[in-house]
Design a protein around this ligand. Structure first.
Ligand code: BGC
Length: 478
């Protein structure tokens, strides 16, 4: 059942969404009994974030949810992806103490979405670990998996009668690498080549536990679906005729997407090349064991713990081999692949993001071919503005049109089973270490105004038109 435009095709029931995350929009950082998270701590320590911006107020969505809802309705979204602030619900991270005001807030959000015929997709964890759990070791603490599972069960129990699409963890790659290797994200650690793998490992274990809990305890009555959102660039060789560049670009994918997707969708274990390389480098460093941890047979299995594939795509890299690792080199030495932007790709003012919509189509095909043709949601995709703000954002309009065309081709020419597409982001918000200097919204937010007015960009109008065209024709069901 497909609905065709002159040049684009999207299946019936396609999810048209936009995404946000709690810390990036909510503000109310200590309102009504919320506990602090690692991002509160990180931002309050000076010198970590662009111009020492914080998410203390951000878009003030904790107070201004009604305004967000109007934006969602104005776009005509069928789906809205939000995340729950763990420490708003459970101030010390554990179910020993529940903050009812936090529960009330999310109940209202979910109920209002459903009353507006918008399906919520809910992320349990989007970078903002309760500080109380960080104080016990955070994602490096082995017991975090059980605490996360209790939190997840609490959320399924409390909201799962209405929420049918769940994501456990957003971008374990980014949490592990930027938070525990590069030190650019909270908690800001940087011990090369060790914590990064431990954090990734515990996130996989935590995710798997929560999936099994959902599967056995909640799915029979609630009937929803659960996955995790994986981040990757699309990587291709600098010189496709050079086997070393080809191998390096494959390694780039292995150490980003496959690191998490391979255990879940293929084997229950890490990709063989990743295991071999980290082990060999660990041995060269004189360590008695690999820095990449092993899964235990006594724990719930990792394989099969996703009901769909969720991917966040922004940009691509041209890859060639990195230098042979000296003894001290961490993750990048293990990966030994250097990714750069092709000079022909337009840039948008943010260092890591170059425009390459074709990369998304190639990535979707890669996921189809590598991971057994799963159902896929693009849970984030977007382009930012930096510096002078243009409400008539023509570069972003062109980017979105080119992207939607590539997505459509992935569906109708490559046979990718794509279920939905979410723009990052509904509105400008706190862009992590770039603070408010980088704007990804479909709505502009005036952060200098106490009421944080939201104004539609031209790209937002274009998205609303696309949704209206296809939603109407395909008779979207959700
Ligand atoms: C994250 C978002 C972030 C976006 C743009 C993703 O990695 O999930 O929280 O704002 O990229 O950087």
């Amino acid at each position: 059942m497909r609905s065709c435009d002159e040049d684009m095709v999207f299946p019936a029931g396609f999810a048209w969404g936009a995404a946000t995350a709690a810390y990036q929009i909510e503000g109310g950082w200590d309102a009504d009994g919320k506990g602090p998270s690692i991002w509160d701590t990180f931002c309050h320590a000076k010198g970590k974030v662009f111009q020492d911006h914080t998410g203390d107020v951000a878009c003030d969505s904790y107070r201004l949810w009604d305004e967000d809802l109007k934006c969602i309705q104005q776009l005509g979204l069928t789906h809205y992806r939000l995340s729950l602030s763990w420490s708003r619900l459970l101030p010390d991270g554990t179910t020993r103490h529940v903050n009812q005001k936090g529960v009330d807030y999310y109940n209202r959000v979910i109920d209002d979405l459903l009353a507006s015929n918008v399906c919520p997709m809910v992320t349990l964890y989007h970078f903002d670990l309760p500080q109380a759990l960080q104080d016990r070791g955070g994602w490096q603490w082995p017991e975090i998996t059980k605490v996360f599972d209790s939190y997840a069960q609490f959320c399924f129990q409390t909201f799962g009668d209405r929420v049918k699409l769940w994501l456990t963890i957003n971008e374990p790659y980014v949490c592990a690498k930027l938070g525990h290797e590069d030190g650019l994200h909270a908690p800001g650690h940087g011990d090369l080549g060790v914590s990064v793998y431990l954090v990734g490992h515990n996130m996989l274990r935590a995710h798997a536990r929560a999936w099994h809990s959902y599967d056995t305890l909640f799915r029979p009555t609630q009937g929803g679906q659960l996955s995790l959102a994986l981040f990757t660039d699309w990587a291709e060789p600098w010189d496709p005729s050079n086997p070393l560049d080809v191998a390096a670009s494959e390694r780039y994918m292995t150490f980003s997407l496959d690191w998490f997707a391979w255990p879940i969708f293929v084997s229950g274990d890490y990709p063989p090349e990743m295991k071999a390389r980290v082990e060999a480098n660990s041995r060269t460093q004189g360590l008695p064991f690999s820095r990449l941890p092993q899964f235990s047979e006594d724990e719930p299995s990792i394989k099969g713990t996703a009901d769909f594939f969720a991917v966040n795509y922004y940009t691509s890299r041209k890859v060639r081999p990195g230098p042979t690792p000296p003894k001290s080199l961490g993750f990048e030495g293990d990966q030994q692949a250097v990714g750069e932007m092709d000079p022909s790709w337009p840039v948008c003012g943010i260092s890591w993001l170059a425009v390459y919509p074709e990369g998304l189509r190639k990535l979707l095909k890669y996921i189809k071919d590598t991971f057994g043709n799963p159902s896929i949601y693009i849970t984030e995709n977007g382009l930012s503005q930096v510096g002078a703000v243009e409400l008539d954002d023509s570069q972003r309009c062109s980017f979105f049109h080119a992207t939607w065309m590539e997505v459509s081709k992935a569906i109708c020419e490559d046979g990718v089973d794509l279920k939905g597409y979410f723009v990052w982001s509904l509105m400008d918000n706190f862009e992590w270490s770039d603070g408010f200097g980088v704007r990804f919204g479909l709505f502009h937010v005036d952060f200098s105004h106490p009421e944080r007015p939201r104004t539609l960009y031209r790209s937002g109008t274009d998205y609303a038109q696309l949704i209206a065209k296809f939603k109407g024709r395909s008779g979207t069901e959700h």
